[in-house]
Design a protein around this ligand. Structure first.
Ligand code: FPP
Length: 265
């Protein structure tokens, strides 16, 4: 089994090249179809998917990205056959057990988004261990969306704000985009600049729906186990060639920032 890049020097964030995204989200789709095409069981597709994930994390470090969010298990994935759900849980456990130390040495901070309450205690403990061990790292934040659903995340934020309003801690009129965003699992994390989805499907499937309001999308025909550094690099090149206007007009933004001296009118 391959391992993450080792680096003993407590690496920190690298300067980012102009035109590169800060945060990339990835919908790792097509493991089952990859396996079916080869006459293999679906779990083999997921296993190869973990290999592709390892390569993607290594590549993200090399590209100097600051945040990488991967959709590894959606709330809707519980509807899969019980054996496949068990396989995916097993792969997550193995991924953390096998890769956590190397991720840590590579300067990766692991953060998990999604609901924890209906997860088994051993998985919850592993997720917490991964977050605690790596919390001081600064080179790349790897956000693992596990048991995650964007609608559920937004509903939970609304519920929490309603409870605070009912308790008199805030006024209903205090609730705006900024306050709501602070109650999402992704609080403090910049919105994804780019979302990549493999397997030819062109939808968001309940992934970062609030956060993706102004994301660019790159849809790739390849299945996730075939995704590699080269495919990642091509997706980044496509991103850097796009002009992001954030609802404004041509020329107002560079690298996601409103240019000085340019006003939105
Ligand atoms: C989509 O392929 C992929 C998933 C539902 C799971 C993604 C999981 C991994 C890449 C490996 C596990 C991740 C971790 C962090 C351990 P699909 O099964 O929907 O493929 P299909 O649409 O072709 O059936």
């Amino acid at each position: 089994m391959s391992s993450m890049v080792k680096d003993e020097t407590a690496p920190s964030a690298r300067p980012r090249l102009p035109g590169m995204p800060v945060h990339v989200g990835v919908i790792m789709d097509g493991n089952g179809r990859w396996a079916a095409r080869r006459g293999l069981p679906r779990i083999e597709g997921h296993r190869r998917g973990v290999e592709a994930l390892r390569e993607t994390v290594r590549a993200a470090i090399g590209f100097g990205l600051s945040y990488l969010t991967v959709y590894s298990f959606s709330m809707e994935n519980w509807n899969r056959p019980v054996e496949e759900v068990a396989d995916l849980m097993g792969l997550l456990k193995r991924f953390i057990r096998d890769d956590l130390n190397d991720l840590d040495k590579s300067g990766v901070k692991v953060k998990v988004i999604g609901a924890r309450d209906n997860l088994k205690a051993d998985i919850r403990a592993l997720l917490e261990e991964a977050e605690n061990l790596t919390k001081a790292n600064t080179r790349l934040t790897l956000i693992v969306a596990f048991n995650y659903g964007s609608r559920q995340e937004i509903a939970a934020a609304a519920r929490s704000l309603a409870q605070q309003a009912a308790a008199g801690l805030i006024e209903a009129s205090d609730i705006d985009e900024t306050l709501l965003a602070r109650h999402l699992d992704t609080a403090g994390i910049p919105d994804p600049d780019l979302i990549i989805r493999t397997s030819g499907e062109q939808r968001l499937s309940n992934f970062l729906m609030w956060q993706a309001a102004y994301s660019e999308f790159v849809f790739l025909p390849m299945h996730w186990p075939d995704f590699d550094r080269q495919a990642f690099s091509a997706a980044l090149a496509e991103f850097s060639a796009r002009e992001r206007r954030f609802g404004g007009v041509t020329g107002q933004y560079r690298n996601g920032k409103l240019l000085a001296g340019v006003t939105k009118t």
